[in-house]
Write a protein that binds this ligand. Structure first.
Ligand code: AMP
Ligand code: GLY
Length: 423
């Protein structure tokens, strides 16, 4: 079977390496991929948002199955377009991807079906939003309705910050049309847990839980990033919490999407906050998380392609999906300065014995050399019998990987280990 993967970061690299474990996988094409991915897949410089070019590629290459891994193409309807030319896909169609594509849709959906989440108000008029903020409870969270490269949620600790957030999103149009509507929501507190799940629209199978480290700098300081490291499982996702989340959030979401005539197929991402009132939804995503995938897939014992095909064709309930009992840690090595400006073009050296556990996000090949080309450059991943071992091993790997201007957080997994009382 030949597979086309749409996307080009560390998540896609992890997916491709896992798919390669199935002996029936012949070719993997990756659009656009990156210099690091090109040792595991044939990469083509086609932007993941250029749906006509992706469809054209699929028509002119022997593609049997497509894995649309990134949010933008899913929200734009890449799966619908590929299905229309007869290519089955892993990932939701446009109607279902709206769960990530519109915060207003997802908040109204949760309210309608009683799925626990922060209280909220929706505004399409900046004056009304500003008036509301005058008396709203502070802290508060202001969110652009549409996609905003993961930067559309502004946690505001003061009224002034909230006023500025509304102005930036609605008046200055920082995220363009994505900010035509906003959600202003209640500030929640508690540890955050990611639960990725496989679903064919009927059955839903949660994967091992994980947790991201979103701030740029050690000690949870600095700006929010796409994610500087992950561990799995999350110590906060205890069996009791998991049972509550399954009953009140995960099953009702899949059931309600079916009822809405928007059955969700693919990977449904539950961003949860474990509050004193129980788990609540912070966000849904319509795809695997990045860098959560880099710790979740290495713990998957079952065959990924078989599971993906079952989400597409149905029959997930008949599969036995197993994860190992161990733990995993991913430490992201970034270009110093990310998520602001940074220097790039430095040569990356990865020892041969680490290649299978390094997922490359931002690198290009030039004259046979791998050079840094992005903010997040790569993730070094280790699996251990427990979290302590996984974290220690991941950092040992990091010390053996080199490139100019490298930066990484030194505390990935620290909070989780403290929660386990191992530190
Ligand atoms: P989102 O884009 O909705 O995932 O939000 C990004 C990040 O902002 C989340 O991972 C949380 O850390 C934070 N956040 C979002 N909504 C809330 C909320 N209602 N209360 C507290 N923090 C939030
Ligand atoms: N790691 C956060 C995300 O994938 O959205």
């Amino acid at each position: 079977m030949n597979i086309m993967v749409v996307g080009g970061g560390g998540r896609e690299h992890a997916i491709i390496k896992k798919l390669r474990e199935n002996p029936n996988v012949k070719k993997i094409f990756c659009l656009p991929g990156n210099g690091g991915i090109s040792s595991d897949a044939e990469c083509f410089t086609i932007a993941s948002t250029d749906i006509p070019a992706i469809v054209d590629f699929a028509k002119t290459h022997p593609v049997d199955y497509a894995v649309v891994a990134q949010d933008d193409p899913l929200i734009l309807g890449c799966v619908d377009e590929l299905n229309a030319i007869g290519i089955p896909c892993f990932g939701p169609d446009k109607k279902a991807a709206i769960l990530e594509g519109s915060k207003v849709f997802s908040k109204n959906f949760m309210k309608k079906y009683g799925i626990p989440t922060a209280d909220y108000e929706v505004f399409d008029d900046p004056a009304a939003a500003l008036e509301y903020i005058n008396t709203a409870k502070i802290p508060t969270v202001v969110k652009a309705d549409g996609p905003a490269l993961g930067k559309g949620a502004l946690v505001c600790m003061t009224r002034e910050e909230a006023v500025n957030a509304v102005r930036e999103i609605m008046e200055d149009r920082k995220f363009g049309a994505s900010g035509d509507r906003i959600v202003v929501e209640e500030f929640m507190t508690g540890p955050e847990v990611t639960v990725l799940s496989f679903t064919d629209g009927e059955t839903v199978v949660p994967m091992v839980s994980s947790t991201d480290h979103k701030r740029a700098l050690t000690g949870d300081l600095g700006l929010n990033t796409g994610g500087m490291g992950t561990v799995a499982p999350s110590p906060y996702y205890t069996p009791d919490v998991a049972a509550l989340a399954m009953k009140n959030i995960i099953l009702p979401t899949v059931e309600a999407m079916k009822k809405e005539g928007r059955p969700f197929k693919g990977c449904l991402y539950f961003g949860l906050m474990i509050t004193t009132e129980g788990p609540k939804v912070v966000e849904y995503n319509c795809r695997f998380g990045d860098p959560e995938t880099q710790v979740v897939l290495p713990l998957l014992k079952s065959d990924l392609l078989e599971i993906m095909l079952a989400t597409t064709n149905g029959g997930l309930k008949d599969l036995n999906i197993e994860f190992s009992d161990g733990a995993a840690c991913c430490v992201i090595m970034a270009s110093n300065g990310y998520p602001g400006s940074y220097e790039k073009g430095y040569e990356i050296t990865i020892p041969d014995d680490l290649r299978d556990s390094v997922y490359v996000a931002g690198a290009k090949l030039s004259d046979g050399k791998l050079l840094t080309s992005g903010g997040r450059v790569l993730g070094a991943v280790a699996v251990g019998k427990d979290l302590k071992e996984a974290v220690a091993e991941a950092y040992k790997k990091v010390e053996r990987i080199h490139f100019g201007n490298a930066y990484y957080r030194t505390d990935i997994g620290k909070k989780a280990l403290m929660a386990l009382k191992e530190v």
